[in-house]
Each structure stands twice: as structure tokens, then as C-alpha cells.
Design a protein around this ligand. Structure first.
Ligand SMILES: C[S@@+](CC[C@H](N)C(=O)[O-])C[C@H]1O[C@@H](n2cnc3c(N)ncnc32)[C@H](O)[C@@H]1O
Length: 246
């Protein structure tokens, strides 16, 4: 597998300078569906399969979920580009490859309950909803949680529970979880999350400094953590009691 530096955070918003009239004609705003389909197919082949994503259920989920639905309309042309993109509130929608890598690392058979910390746009949530029995997702920024819930409802997902708050504390009333995924970077694994992971469960999380982290898959074996490194990466910070200060 290629060594891939996954750049998750981005501070380069995609501004379109069209006047309202020109915007109606501009393909940044009106990229035809055929070109979206081509871009999505290239994403599956060049970004995912080429870099070693093999799980057929993960690839099918990535083929199905419309990433363009989770970004601003002016960014539509970049929907399947190989990078994270800015969303509201200074946050990001994850790069398609990192979404696929994290989902594959959870080793889902389809019968699991997954806790996601960091709903963001809801794109990763939708991919998880395709391959897990149930997803519980927590976001600290209410406006993001609301628009993600709206997008998933519109797309017909019924197996997702949305919560707002500090996800570093997990969700004791719904624990234990078969799998946990954290989509923001922490200095260390929040203890409450590891406690709420079921025995033999897997927790995927980016760990390290504020600027650069290692994506890790941590399995709970006899109550102890067995970690493997997946990739270098760069995520926005996990803010809260078990993460970074605001
Ligand atoms: C990189 S974004 C998630 C992107 C998401 N995977 C997607 O596809 O759109 C990280 C998210 O984690 C959220 N976050 C940060 N700290 C959090 C916390 N303690 N609890 C819940 N969400 C948190 C941020 O607000 C942000 O929306």
C-alpha cells in the first residue's frame, strides 16, 4: 500500500466569484450529474481501490452515499476531490479516502452498533449507516448536528441517532458500543470512550499533536488496549473534557 499523508484539515475555502447571473451558468454551481458520476467513479478507483481499500461493503457504501449532498453547492465540482473540504463553523468534511480507511478499519459485518464522535457534515455518518446496524453520532456544534440530521433524513436513513454535546464523554446510556469512531484529533484516547467500548470491540481515532497525528485502530482484548497504526493524518481538534481545551 502507498504511504499516504492524509491532510484532513484545510484552511482554503473554495470561493466562487461569479455574479448571481453568471453563477446560474457556472459549472461550479451546476455541474451536471454525469460529471459527478464520473468523478465519483474516479474517486473509487484512483483514491480508494488503488490505495488498498478492499472491503466490498465499504466500497459499495462509498459508491452510494452522495458526498455532494454534504457540502455547499458552490463546492459541487470538488465533491469527489482527494481532500477534506471546509464546511460551516470552521470544520471540515473528511477526505473520501480517510472515510473509507476508518470505516474499513472498524471491520463491520453489518450487525454492530457504532458510536461516532464528531458528526460534522454527516457524510461519514451516512457511510457508517450503510454498513452498520445502528449509528449513534455526537457533535458538539448544534448547527452542524441539525444540518447533518436533516441531510440523513432526506436521504432516507432511519438507523441513526443524533446527539449534541461533548462526545469525549461518550454516551453512557447507550453503552457498550461494538465500535467507536472519533473523527477529530485527540492528544490521547479519552478514557470514557475506551470504557464504553465492548470487549473485542474496535475504536478508530487520530492521536497525537494538534498539527499531525497517527490514525490508530485500538482493539479491546481482555480489557486492555491493543493498538495498530493505520496512517499519518491531520484532523481538526477534538475539543472537550477528554480532548483539547476550546
Ligand atoms: C473533521 S470533522 C468531522 C467530519 C465528518 N467525519 C464528516 O465527514 O463530515 C470533526 C468534527 O468533530 C467535532 N467535534 C470536535 N470535538 C468534539 C467533541 N468533543 N464532541 C463531539 N464533536 C466534536 C467538530 O465540531 C467537527 O464537526
Amino acid at each position: 500500500m502507498d504511504l499516504v499523508l492524509v491532510v484532513e484539515a484545510t484552511d482554503r475555502p473554495n470561493h466562487c466569484f461569479c455574479t448571481p447571473h453568471a453563477a446560474a451558468m457556472c459549472d461550479v454551481h451546476t455541474m451536471p450529474d454525469a460529471r459527478i458520476d464520473t468523478a465519483k467513479q474516479k474517486m473509487l478507483d484512483d483514491q480508494l481501490r488503488y490505495r488498498g481499500i478492499e472491503d466490498a461493503r465499504v466500497l459499495a457504501a462509498m459508491a452510494k452515499v452522495p458526498r455532494e449532498r454534504f457540502i455547499a453547492r458552490r463546492q459541487r465540482r470538488q465533491a469527489y476531490s482527494d481532500r477534506a473540504l471546509p464546511i460551516d463553523c470552521g470544520q471540515t468534511i473528511s477526505q473520501p479516502y480517510i472515510v473509507a480507511l476508518m470505516t474499513e478499519a472498524l471491520r463491520l459485518s453489518g450487525d454492530e452498533v457504532v458510536l461516532e464522535v464528531g458528526t460534522g457534515s454527516g457524510y461519514q455518518t451516512a457511510v457508517l449507516a450503510e454498513v452498520a446496524r445502528e449509528v449513534v453520532t455526537i457533535e458538539r456544534i448544534e448547527v452542524l448536528a441539525c444540518s447533518a440530521a436533516e441531510a440523513l433524513a432526506e436521504l432516507g436513513y432511519r438507523n441513526v441517532r443524533f446527539e449534541t454535546g461533548d462526545g469525549t464523554a461518550g454516551l453512557a446510556d447507550a453503552a457498550p458500543f461494538d465500535r467507536i469512531i472519533v473523527t477529530a484529533a485527540a492528544p490521547r484516547c479519552p478514557p470514557s470512550l475506551f470504557e464504553q467500548l465492548a470487549e473485542d470491540g474496535i475504536l478508530v481515532i487520530p492521536l497525537g499533536g494538534r498539527d499531525c497525528q497517527q490514525l490508530q485502530a485500538i482493539r479491546k482484548v481482555d480489557g486492555r488496549a491493543m493498538a495498530i497504526d493505520l496512517s499519518a493524518c491531520r484532523f481538526v481538534p477534538l475539543i472537550g473534557g477528554g480532548g483539547w481545551p476550546a
